[in-house]
Design a protein around this ligand. Structure first.
Ligand code: SIN
Length: 533
């Protein structure tokens, strides 16, 4: 049994920012299922949105966020998060994060990019590897900070709660069961203050811009523990993932469209004017649906992004990672159009929290993509995610200590039983796990992606119920492995997406169904799911 003042699961911008703050109050353990460098944050290309330009204002950023969110944002939350952005970004800079800048009259000015749905330039970036820069600097800071211990290759399996212990003393989180990959043993981690910062669930879909770790672990764990889950039907599909036979999951940042890139069909003609006056810079839900429509209509496998209007010098300097990657793939973006398709990118719903990241379970916080504060509503505005993660992580660190003051632990009241190992047989055929994983991803793509119908959702639900039964069977009968745990979480999160989508009888933001193609004012509310324990 290991005891810490704070347990943090995940090492993206949210988890690391929280840990740095929390370490001033007590001991912190950061648990990561792979190496600490692996995070969704590290893959973020575009940047972080905040108000800095003289022609911009908080009100404009709030208005753009509400507009993208299609009537489901919590305006109070939007105002708080947008309002606290500049201060949190100042802290990132103080920790060594470098954003691109230029000299103006001898004074250094931060470069501001533009992305879809933004009416002003407000995206701070580090070339096209902003997330990597942020994650690297925060990780360095955490490694230098006394009181922060990393447990890498430690997979958080399940939350330990009073309900799990069979106690009728209210819903409180008391720690975690964690698989140590090196030993294959399950350890008990005890804490009054548990923070999930596990990112999203893009891997639930066949095509995604997310890294392999994005398997919805936090949402699945919180659901099993009885926390409220909200708005999981709103999965954001990024309009421009590279379409290539061997390079998978490679994002082509929206910032390219912000710099003048336009979407064209195989015939070289622009098509976005048919769908929105903002053309290629319309919000993502509109652009992704338009591309899906064009692909289905023309029978072509992809559309193209054309940024050949810009010079080679500009492109290689502003987008060095994309420029190089494409060049290695035989695409010269200064001369060639880039083949792109939409792919699952971001989970706008998640574990329901307030603006401080507090969930419905006492002692449990969810921050970053895994949480649902109400900022994004039915569709996230580009580059608001890193902003939310930084702001909510800071707010969570303040709130958690206020609600669970240091030195006033409740842990002594509860005896945590060690993990019960069931059958200890090794999984005899890994192929079964991989098959189920593929089946889930394929059926989610075919039935529950950009365009949905009630019939498709029903089909998906039936298949997922069978798959979940099978996965549960493995779970009880074989020794657990990270593959099995990820499959279990993936199946759970897929079922939550389908259940949430089935409840929404309208089209709004990222949820588009042919059965109800318009928004319906009577349906304008968050979807809420909670497991009855
Ligand atoms: C991008 O670079 O296009 C992604 C930015 C985001 O998802 O916010």
């Amino acid at each position: 049994m290991k005891t810490y003042d704070f347990l943090v699961v995940g090492s993206g911008i949210a988890g690391l920012s929280f840990a740095l703050r929390a370490a001033a109050h007590g001991s912190v353990a950061i648990l990561t299922k792979r190496g600490a460098e692996a995070s969704n944050t590290a893959w973020a290309q575009g940047g972080i949105a905040t108000v800095m330009a003289p022609d911009d204002s908080m009100d404009l950023h709030v208005a753009d966020t509400l507009d993208a969110g299609a009537g489901l944002c919590n305006e109070e939350v939007v105002r708080l998060i947008v309002g606290e952005g500049p201060e949190c970004i100042g802290e990132l800079i103080a920790r060594g994060v470098q954003f691109d800048s230029h000299l103006e009259n001898g004074v250094s000015e931060i470069d501001l990019g533009r992305e879809g749905g933004h009416t002003r330039r407000r995206i701070l970036h580090h070339g096209d590897t902003t997330g990597k820069e942020i994650a690297t600097r925060l990780l360095e800071a955490c490694r230098r900070t006394a009181g922060i211990t990393f447990y890498e290759n430690h997979f958080a399996i399940d939350l330990i709660t009073t309900a799990r212990l069979g106690l009728a003393t209210g819903d409180r989180c008391l720690g975690l069961y964690v698989l140590d990959e090196a030993t294959g043993e399950v350890d008990t981690f005890r804490s009054d203050r548990v923070v999930l910062a596990t990112g999203g669930c893009g891997r639930v879909y066949l095509y995604t811009t997310n890294p392999k770790i994005a398997t919805g672990d936090g949402v699945a764990m919180a659901w099993r523990a009885g926390a409220t889950i909200s708005n999981m039907e709103f999965i954001q599909f990024h309009p421009t993932c590279l379409y290539h036979p061997t390079i998978k999951s490679f994002l082509i940042t929206e910032a390219i469209r912000g710099e003048g890139g336009v979407l064209v069909g195989a015939d070289g003609q622009e098509f976005m004017q048919k769908y929105d006056v903002r053309k290629s810079l319309a919000p993502r839900d509109i652009v992704a649906r338009a591309i899906d429509r064009e692909i289905k209509k023309t029978g072509h496998a992809c559309v193209y992004l054309d940024i050949t209007s810009k010079s080679r010098e500009f492109l290689s300097e502003r987008f060095p990672n994309i420029y190089e990657t494409l060049l290695n793939a035989g695409i010269d973006m200064a001369n060639d159009r880039i083949p792109v398709v939409p792919a699952a990118h971001y989970q706008c719903g998640g574990i329901r929290t307030d603006v401080n990241g507090a969930t419905s379970l006492r002692g449990l916080y969810a921050i970053g993509e895994v949480g649902c504060t109400g900022l994004h509503g039915a569709n996230r505005l580009a580059s608001n995610s890193l902003l939310e993660a930084a702001v909510v992580a800071h707010r969570a660190a303040v709130d958690i200590v206020k609600r669970s003051p240091m030195g006033q632990t409740v842990l002594e009241e509860f005896k945590l039983p060690p993990w019960k190992t069931g059958a200890v047989t090794d999984v005899d055929e890994l192929v079964v796990i991989y098959h189920n994983w593929d089946e889930i991803r394929r059926l989610m793509w075919d039935y529950v992606s950009i365009v949905r119908t009630g019939k498709r959702l029903q089909r998906a639900a039936t298949r997922l119920r069978n798959l979940q039964r099978e996965v549960q069977d493995f779970y009880w009968n074989f020794k657990i492995t990270s593959e099995l745990l990820e499959l279990r979480n993936l199946a759970q999160v897929a079922a939550l997406i389908v259940d949430s989508a089935s409840q929404r009888h309208e089209s709004r933001g990222l949820h588009y169904t042919l059965d109800f193609p318009d928004p319906d004012e009577r349906e304008r509310h968050d979807s809420l799911l909670r497991r009855v324990l």
